[in-house]
Design a protein around this ligand. Structure first.
Ligand code: ZN
Length: 367
């Protein structure tokens, strides 16, 4: 038994036993709790502010921390979140984004939404504030912050943030405290997948503290009385898995979340209602990068409402790039990748974008 074994106490469940450990690319050990399955770095730093300095959202090539092109990552990473918010609160409402960066997600919500954010990076927080976002603070765990906003938000989003905090259980407790009675917490975190490569999580992003597993997340949420939790492992092409989780205290809201999650993750959007199909395409095509002919045929539905230059850039990657071949390589037909299929996909995508642009032009002429 090593020193680590004798000192280990799980931040999430308090359990004393390590089930297994993995060495990260920078030599830091990640320990997985036997009790709840959550993973955490062997030695948590005293504080994490030094990771989120001004170059975090514009990192240098080769740096192990931060983003190379935040706007682009945000566009395909956050579109599904925006579509989901608009489904859950069609008439607007109070939305808090934990880890809001420059306010990318919140800025895209219309004036019907009361928008608040929490952001650790001072320069990004300033830009968010200038865009009219109410920046509550730098850290969800700041003393008194959650109590000051108890029950205030109908939706709280936390996309790629909980893995960075020093205490994931306390951060989720604070988030749940700020949720209105029928409010919804929408989260996405890296997940250690039992079936897919975890190379992105162990080989980069060395600022991460927590390494959630699905079991770890489910047992974490089960420890909050009266909170319902559901979710799904995402499998973005060419990228390690993340986990999208949805939590609420309201049973009716939870039933609705189950329906939305089913629509979002459905394999074939052909028979989905238009609103459900938009959510499905934002998730399956834009976020997961998994185009199929059936998905691309319905893509104009999404583009009519959400087209932007960086979304266009994302779709161009599908059209031209290696990613398209990578996506095809993982599709069920990969054992016989007929030339017809390889040609058909970009053609369908081109037609979908062309149809969207044409109908926009017609509307402009009519106006
Ligand atoms: Zn544990």
């Amino acid at each position: 038994m090593s020193d680590t074994d004798t000192l280990f106490r799980c931040t999430v469940c308090g359990g004393p036993e390590i089930a297994r450990s993995t060495m990260r690319g920078d030599g830091v050990r990640v320990l997985f709790c036997a009790g709840c399955g959550m993973g955490v770095v062997e030695h948590r730093p005293a504080d994490t502010a030094h990771f989120y300095t001004d170059d975090y959202y514009h990192r240098a090539e080769g740096s192990a921390h931060g983003y190379i092109d935040y706007e682009f990552t945000a566009e395909h990473g956050l579109l599904w979140t925006r579509v989901l918010i608009e489904r859950l609160l069609p008439a607007g409402g109070a939305v808090l984004d934990i880890g809001c960066a420059t306010g990318f997600l919140l800025s895209r919500l219309g004036p019907a939404y009361r928008r608040a954010g929490i952001e650790a990076n001072p320069a990004a927080a300033r830009i968010a504030a200038e865009a009219g976002i109410d920046v509550l603070g730098a850290d969800v765990l700041a003393p008194g912050l959650a109590a000051a906003h108890r029950g205030a938000y109908e939706i709280i989003t936390s996309i790629a943030t909980y893995e960075h905090v020093l205490d994931i259980r306390a951060a989720i407790a604070a988030s749940l405290e700020m949720l209105a009675p029928s409010g919804v917490l929408v989260l996405e975190v890296p997940v250690i997948s039992p079936t897919r490569s975890n190379a992105d999580w162990y080989g980069s992003s060395f600022e991460h503290i927590f390494y959630p597993t699905e079991r770890g997340l489910r047992s974490l949420f089960a420890s909050f009385p009266g909170v319902y939790f559901t979710g799904t492992e995402t499998a973005a092409t060419g990228f390690s898995s993340t986990y999208i989780g949805l939590a609420t205290r309201d049973p009716a809201r939870f039933a609705e979340l189950g329906d939305l999650l089913a629509a979002m993750t459905a394999d074939d959007p052909t028979s989905l209602a238009e609103d459900d199909a938009r959510l499905n395409l934002a998730y399956r095509v834009v976020h997961e990068f998994r185009p199929t002919p059936a998905r691309i045929i319905r893509l104009p539905l999404l583009l009519e409402r959400y087209y932007s230059p960086s979304l266009g850039k994302r779709l161009m990657q599908l059209w031209h790039g290696d990613a398209s071949r990578a996506a095809l390589a993982e599709q069920p037909w990969r054992r016989a990748p007929s030339r017809g299929t390889l040609v058909r996909l970009p053609l369908l995508l081109g037609r979908a974008i062309g149809r969207t642009l044409l109908s926009r032009l017609r509307r402009l002429r009519a106006a």
